[in-house]
Design a protein around this ligand. Structure first.
Ligand SMILES: [Zn+2]
Ligand SMILES: [Zn+2]
Length: 352
């Protein structure tokens, strides 16, 4: 099969690779659409994911089942020809976190595109218990948003949104723009979207944000010198009831705390802080007086079905987020488009 293989720092080569036989717990998937994730950029720049190269990246993908391993065959729960989305973080099922239902903290996960070969290829092997059927009305391209959306929904769940809550989303990337829509669908009140690029904020406005703040581009009509004051004005002096920060940027995470009001829930989403050494400064006294809750959100334990439903029912529109599509032999270009923000990208996809 043809595969886009990461071979070193900023090096992706199209190679012909032999497919090893399926293990008993695997099925073979013909890949149809793969999304480029922020973490793919980091692996590309470092020249390695969680294992040394060569490795095929890509963990946000859909495809068609073309071959069943023995267990899937015996169970009879999936068929060849079925349209599916792969859940890339395949927990071991036997470590302590797994046994305590915290599969997102699994000690020995097999992660497609991170520590085993992933989706930037014609075919990918997926464990039979980590495939989810795609509803008929969800295209392969839309289905490829399931993984990031499943992560987003896990985070949004921690906001514990009540009807009418004033919510803030910091970071209007593809994830933040999906969160925004799901927050709205969860019965929130007004939602403010805070970012640093107008093209992303404008799309957020179309997708349901009530208020927009640009913290960086001074020429922007959404520019606010003091976002905290702005949020206070819009929330009748109260501050936000629930906040989610969908960027690793430290200042953005600190801002997320600052805009939150009394009894608020603030969620730091995903790779908050970009790196293992990053520290944020928060005002402990103010947080105490606000009786505030701070949460983290990591991966997507058991949220795939919810995410698929949200796409299928139109609660979260993902099509408007696709800005670029590339062939498999242009995988490096796809990754560079996101890395260098060529042509105002949001979600970039590869179609093998
Ligand atoms: Zn990802
Ligand atoms: Zn485990």
């Amino acid at each position: 099969m043809k595969a886009a293989v990461l071979t070193g720092v900023k090096k992706i080569e199209l190679q012909e690779k032999d497919l090893k036989p399926l293990r008993s717990n695997e099925v073979l998937v013909k890949v149809k659409a793969v999304g480029v994730c922020g973490s793919d950029i980091a692996y590309y720049q470092r020249g390695q994911a969680d294992i040394p190269p060569p490795i095929i990246l890509g963990h946000e993908f859909t495809g068609e089942i073309v071959e069943l391993g023995p267990i899937a065959k015996d169970l009879g729960i999936v068929k060849e020809g079925e349209r599916i989305v792969a859940e890339p973080v395949q927990a071991c099922g036997v470590c302590q976190p797994c046994k305590n239902a915290s599969t997102n903290l699994c000690a020995k996960p097999t992660v497609l595109g991170v520590n085993v070969d992933g989706g930037f290829a014609e075919y990918c092997k997926v464990q039979y218990n980590y495939i989810h059927p795609l509803p008929r009305n969800v295209s392969y391209e839309e289905g490829a948003f399931t993984e990031p959306l499943a992560c987003a929904l896990y985070g949004v769940g921690k906001m514990r949104i009540q009807p009418g809550d004033f919510c803030v989303v910091v970071g209007p990337g593809p994830i933040g723009l999906m969160m925004l829509q799901y927050i709205k669908a969860s019965g929130s009140g007004k939602v403010a979207l805070i970012g640093t690029r107008d093209y992303r904020l404008k799309l957020g406005g179309k997708l349901g944000a009530d208020y927009l703040i640009n913290t960086r581009e001074r020429g922007s009509k959404y520019f606010a010198e003091n976002p905290v004051e702005r949020i206070k004005e819009w929330s009748d002096g109260a501050g936000a009831d629930a906040v989610i920060v969908a960027t690793g940027n430290i200042e953005a995470n600190e801002l997320g705390i600052s805009v939150a009001g009394a009894k608020s829930r603030v969620v730091f989403f995903g790779g908050a802080g970009y790196g293992p050494e990053e520290q944020a400064r928060i005002n402990l006294w103010q947080g105490t007086l606000r009786d505030m809750e701070i949460h983290y959100s990591w991966l997507s334990p058991y949220t795939f079905p919810k995410a698929i439903k949200a796409i299928s029912q139109g609660l979260v529109k993902v099509k408007p987020l696709i800005t670029h599509t590339f062939n498999l032999n242009k995988t490096a270009e796809a990754i560079e488009t996101v890395e260098q923000r060529k042509g105002n990208p949001l979600k970039v996809q590869v179609k093998p």
